[in-house]
Design a protein around this ligand. Structure first.
Ligand SMILES: [Zn+2]
Length: 488
């Protein structure tokens, strides 16, 4: 295969433009992505971020890069909510359910692993947890204090943003300036102990309700949220690595503060390329709990959302998501989902049509042009929607071949098959195993559903759920109606 690595362009949030991708070490990519906070099920919008970074990971692997993909699990610490307050979401969920914080984390971690299997995400190289890296976080905080960019008040440690601004550029990533921020951020109230509104906690003294508490040189407490990513990215990828990614909503303050922590402790911005994936809309409105247009990744494949009349397979949802560029918003509408389902079926059918194409001594198939167009799209900042449009150009060619209007050699047919398979399954991450055009799956499914029905009649819910979940993992959704059970 021709080496296509040199042509990849990545949009770098740091510079605000597309840049040629030149990794720090030849053929190797270090990538850190902010992972989930495990206190509830991720909604479809969160899932979109992880699916988009899965696409990026997959394409880097497709280009034959050796990739170390680190995605953390937030199982401790305080999360900054939309009002700028720090909330211990895991502790809150644990108190509500009257169980230990790590039971909450374990429960939602299992759920997240299942979701990744259903939506066909590759597992990262390593998934470090915040609670297993308290010592590393303490060490970085100590370094920031000794460099003079943090202060201690009543057992808590705060980052000294004003001091940092004298030596570094705070706002370099988000473009926000502190004086602008001051105008749209609440004024410090009397209870707050930090000196300046833009200062943030590196270590918080333990409160009365805290269920997770660690010892530190400053007394008992817990780490701030931003510091965990600095500690874990540095530990596994070094102080300067290639790509740091996350959802657009993390750009400020989370990523801005990660940069401040790295610069003030280790002397450099942690990543060469900062990448941000965009949010999700539903019928033109931002997905949010308050608007009631919020659904979970399992609900849409089970047909259990209030928004859509029917169920869609995980493969169709993934294909639909790939039709929007990762930096654009994606709007979930019924019409768009139905169109994606038709497109998905057409794409999969064309693969079986290609199998049956008979070959010729001469070829009028423009194979090189087609394959170049696939790489061209993905090399342009991972442009999956253009890739899909170009895959449909290949579908047109396959139709012409089937109708005998153009010809191809066996060699070209094999190349087209390999390239389509590579981009559809390895890069876009579609499973393609839900098609049932030859009907062989029908008797197998009848048997499996009979076994499930038998288990249900004996109230053996464990077996029945196991069958349902196992089928879901294979991309087959089972739906129980009033009179019959259907699958797709
Ligand atoms: Zn992070």
């Amino acid at each position: 295969m021709t080496d296509r690595k040199g042509f990849l362009q990545i949009y770098n949030t740091l510079s605000g433009k597309k840049e040629k991708f030149e990794p720090l070490h030849e053929n190797f990519v270090g990538m850190y992505v902010c992972g989930p906070t495990l206190y509830s099920e991720p909604h479809m919008g969160n899932m979109r971020t992880f699916i988009n970074f899965d696409l990026i990971y997959r394409y880097l692997l497709h280009l034959n890069y050796k990739v170390k993909y680190v995605r953390n699990i937030t199982d401790a610490g305080h999360i900054t909510n939309s009002a700028g307050d720090e909330v211990d979401s895991i502790g809150k969920a644990a108190r509500m359910e009257q169980i230990q914080p790590l039971e909450i984390v374990y429960k939602y971690n299992l759920n997240f692993i299942e979701l990744q299997r259903i939506y066909n995400l590759l597992m990262p190289s390593i998934e470090p947890t915040a609670t297993a890296h308290i010592q590393e976080q303490i060490e970085i905080i100590e370094q920031i204090i000794s460099n003079g960019y943090a202060y201690l008040i009543n057992g808590s440690v705060y980052f000294d943003t004003k001091k940092y601004m004298q030596d570094f550029d705070y706002g370099i990533l988000s473009g926000r300036k502190v004086d602008e921020l001051e105008n749209d951020t609440r004024i410090l109230n009397a209870q707050e102990e930090k000196r300046f509104f833009a200062d943030f906690a590196l270590w918080k003294k333990a409160g009365q309700d805290d269920m997770q508490i660690w010892r530190s040189p400053w007394g008992n407490g817990n780490p701030g949220w931003h510091i965990e990513c600095t500690a874990m990215s540095t530990k596994y990828l070094g102080k300067h690595f290639d790509i740091h990614g996350g959802g657009m909503d993390l750009k400020f303050p989370h990523h801005e503060d990660e940069i401040a922590q790295s610069c003030s402790s280790l002397g450099c911005n942690p990543a060469k390329y900062w990448m941000h994936a965009n949010m999700l809309n539903v019928n033109g409105q931002k997905m949010s709990k308050s608007l009631g247009n919020f659904f979970l990744p399992k609900e849409i494949i089970a047909g259990e959302t209030a928004l859509f009349k029917k169920a869609y397979s995980a493969d169709v949802i993934r294909f639909f998501m790939m039709q929007a560029h990762y930096r654009s918003t994606l709007d979930f509408t019924e019409d768009a989902l139905n169109a994606a389902e038709k497109g998905y079926e057409r794409l999969m059918e064309s693969l079986s049509l290609l199998e049956n194409v008979s070959c010729n001594d001469s070829s009028s198939l423009e194979i090189k042009k087609l394959v170049d167009s696939f790489y061209y799209a993905m090399n342009d900042d991972f442009n999956a929607p253009i890739l899909i449009a170009n895959l449909f150009e290949a579908v047109k060619q396959i139709n012409l071949l089937t109708e005998g209007k153009i010809t191809c050699t066996a060699e070209d047919k094999e190349e087209l098959k390999n390239q389509l398979g590579g981009f559809i399954f390895n890069v876009l991450g579609l499973k393609g195993n839900t098609t049932n055009s030859d009907g062989k799956l029908n008797p197998v499914m009848d048997l499996v559903l009979d076994l499930r029905q038998e288990a249900r009649s004996k109230k053996d819910w464990a077996t029945s759920d196991k069958i349902r979940d196992g089928l879901a993992a294979a991309g087959i959704e089972v739906k129980d109606g009033n009179n019959e059970t259907t699958w797709r």
